[in-house]
Design a binder for this molecule. Sequence first.
Ligand code: C2E
Ligand code: CA
Ligand code: CA
Ligand code: CA
Length: 275
Amino acid sequence: AKKAGRNTFCLFSQEMESALHFRTGLENDLRRAIENGEFSLHYQPQRDQAGRLIGVEALARWHSPFRGPVSPGLFIPVAEASGLILPLGHWVFEQACRQSVRWNRSDNGNRPPVVIAVNVSALQLRQPDFVQDILRTIEETGAQATHLKLELTESAMVEDVQATIDKMLELKRHGLTLALDDFGTGYSSLSLLKRLPLDQLKIDQSFVRELLATPSDVAIARSIIALADALGLEVIAEGVETREQQQFLAALGCTRYQGYLFGKPVPAEQFDGSY
Ligand code: C2E
Ligand code: CA
Ligand code: CA
Ligand code: CA
């Protein structure tokens, strides 16, 4: 590797430089965007078989004044690599708490409470004061812990498992619920899954996308649903775009859905009334 070092460096330097340039540019803009409050949240419905609302997922949106809308697929990885996900993630959770208070006011009639699911990055969960920060934000906003769900990823589970489990247990003791996001795309073992105090598994949309054409995806979806059942966990399918996919999933025993078929992510104002 050393011998090729010089040539390799020359070969890749331009690409590396532009990649670095892009990332540094985005990172700087992102830092300023957090200070300037250029973010908002969209909410995507989660529905049961009958189409009834069972919850919403909060999804971060960045509208840069000079870049225009920037996809979370682009800025979340940069936020995670730079640590900016810590202030951004705090902001997202606080906004979700405030929205939860608005949606769940006692004068909202007899509607069942709306549970808002919030994405949490591995780096956030790894902070020693993560649980404290979550609980303080809930208290300060007057939200109810039972109206909030955290979506964690498998990558957040592999390091220091016991410390992670302790945090999860404390969150649950206070009434929050926990989902494992993008399930099936990571590396967590079944024995680890058994130890995690989860409430819900989310079937990743990559398995849903080609469900009707790919037998292995059917096998995976079927296994996840059976596994969730065996472990006493709820299961929800993500990225459901067609009636055929939904019917197929229903035949496998799935009863909870999220995806364009059931509603796209929209600003909170567009949500009221769409129960
Ligand atoms: P995710 O958590 O897996 O969120 C689901 C993504 O799938 C969202 O993309 C959503 O808009 C999209 N989606 C929903 N239904 C459908 C469908 O039927 N078809 C297709 N093709 N896509 C669908 P989005 O909003 O672009 O977010 C991408 C990822 O960025 C999220 O994936 C999540 O990992 C991350 N992200 C977004 N907001 C936050 C946040 O506040 N904090 C953290 N840590 N990550 C976030
Ligand atoms: Ca998610
Ligand atoms: Ca997901
Ligand atoms: Ca995903």
